[in-house]
Design a protein around this ligand. Structure first.
Ligand code: PMP
Ligand code: G9A
Length: 407
């Protein structure tokens, strides 16, 4: 690396390795039960249906599906996507308000790139999605965290912060939230807070990025209404993805927002990758039309609900005296806080030694240190692995307490 550092652009100094991606490398191929990466259970992939679709798409539409496509995405696919979103409670004005992206990660990157100038304030939930923080850091924004509790972002604290910043003459352009089954905390923002957040957006004139990979398969009760569907002023840029409701390997996500912003994202995307995979878009389009996405959603909902219950039950049995944790209504994660001040980053090698991995919580925080927290994924491990993994985790924690916190 050093041999080339003099050649590297300054901005590379702000690029951070995602702890999650690094952990994926660390645990790959090892006999470790991983609660780390937010991977879907491969048994939710509708392999036979997707195989048939892939063959049909290449055979019947190969002239288009194997060809270059418009930057905003295949028009017929955007139209299908608009109908799909509407059927899932996400308000869409026109399919032209949608840009198809290479996973929602790219949508997040593009929207941030077109909105954020150096030193611009971006307000985030604390804790928040690590890969979003890395994007905001790379763009040299000033990241301002606002605490969350069981009902999502503390909008009262947000209001105080907005007032304070306004008094200091600092403008807030943007808030990033993952309001439904948040990564990493698993919490969901209440309806009242959603309404209030939009009211604040109007009063203080900012935009909201709503990142919603998990809202399609909540386990208990109805779909929580996305901010996008309550937004009357065009303040929300909504990000979605097929990663958890079809297959992440297709790398198909989207942004839905005011056309003026989507069109600037289109310009930005031209320089990044011209357009997202045409073949993936055709496969995703057919998967929506043939009901494969809705069937995958049902598989995910049923399976992950059971897995969540098993994880919560096992945590209760093994760790109720030593930790507290969130109770997600959907999504992929439980967030755990240890009562002892144990540094979960330092604990991780010991946990891996015992055959279990998690994501240390600190990386999701900006202000609070969160070093005694961890994120646990329950979608990927099997039910047996969840039980065994929690036992291994509990044994690691108990041993740590016994050796370092005696007396
Ligand atoms: N946002 C959040 C909150 C996520 O949890 C994830 C993936 N786990 C993403 C964005 C990125 O997903 P993808 O690029 O696969 O659509
Ligand atoms: O980076 C990935 O593989 C996607 C998962 C994200 C996460 O674990 O939060």
């Amino acid at each position: 690396m050093d041999r080339y550092s003099r050649f590297l652009a300054e901005r590379t100094g702000r690029m951070r390795a995602s702890e999650i991606r690094e952990l994926l490398k660390l645990t790959e191929g090892k006999d470790v039960i991983s609660f780390a990466g937010g991977l879907p259970d491969p048994s939710t992939f509708m392999v036979d249906e997707i195989s048939r679709i892939a063959v049909d798409v290449v055979r019947l539409h190969g002239d288009k599906a194997l060809q270059y496509a418009p930057t905003k995405g295949v028009t017929a696919f955007r139209d299908t996507l608009a109908k799909f979103l509407t059927s899932h409670g996400v308000s869409v004005r026109d399919y032209d308000d949608i840009i198809v992206t290479t996973g929602s990660q790219e949508a997040l990157y593009l929207v941030s790139k077109v909105l954020i100038d150096r030193s611009d304030v971006v307000i985030v939930e604390e804790p928040t999605y690590l890969a979003a923080l890395n994007v905001f850091r790379e763009l040299e924004s000033r990241i301002e965290p606002v605490e969350i509790d069981d009902e999502g972002m503390r909008v009262d604290m947000l209001e105080d912060r907005l007032k304070q910043l306004q008094n200091e003459g600092v403008r807030v352009k943007l808030i990033y939230v993952n309001p439904t089954c948040q990564n990493p905390s698993g919490t969901t923002m209440s309806r009242d807070r959603r309404r209030y957040l939009l009211e604040l957006a109007s009063r203080y004139d900012f935009l909201i990025i709503e990142d919603d990979p998990y809202g399609y398969f909540t386990f208990d009760g109805d779909r929580v209404e996305p901010l996008k569907s309550i937004d009357r002023e065009g303040r929300v840029v909504y990000l979605g993805t097929f990663s958890k409701i079809l297959a992440p390997g297709l790398r198909i996500g989207w942004a839905l927002g005011p056309m003026e912003i989507i069109n600037v994202m289109e310009l930005a995307k031209q320089s990044v990758d011209l357009h997202s995979s045409t073949l993936s878009q055709y496969i995703a389009m057919e998967a929506v039309k043939r009901g494969v996405v809705d069937a995958t959603i049902e598989r995910a909902r049923t399976l992950y609900k059971v897995k969540r219950d098993v994880m919560l039950e096992e945590l209760e049995q093994e760790l109720s005296k030593l930790a507290t944790w969130t109770k997600p209504i959907g999504g992929l994660f439980v967030f755990l806080t240890l009562k002892h001040m144990i540094d979960t980053k330092k604990l991780l090698p010991k946990a891996i030694e015992r055959g279990v991995a998690y994501v240390p919580g600190a990386g999701f925080f900006i202000k609070r240190n969160g070093s005694n927290t961890m994120r646990l994924n329950y979608s990927y491990p099997s039910i047996t692995q969840i039980r065994e993994g929690v036992r291994r985790l509990a044994a690691t924690i108990k041993e740590e307490i016994a050796t370092t916190h005696t007396g």
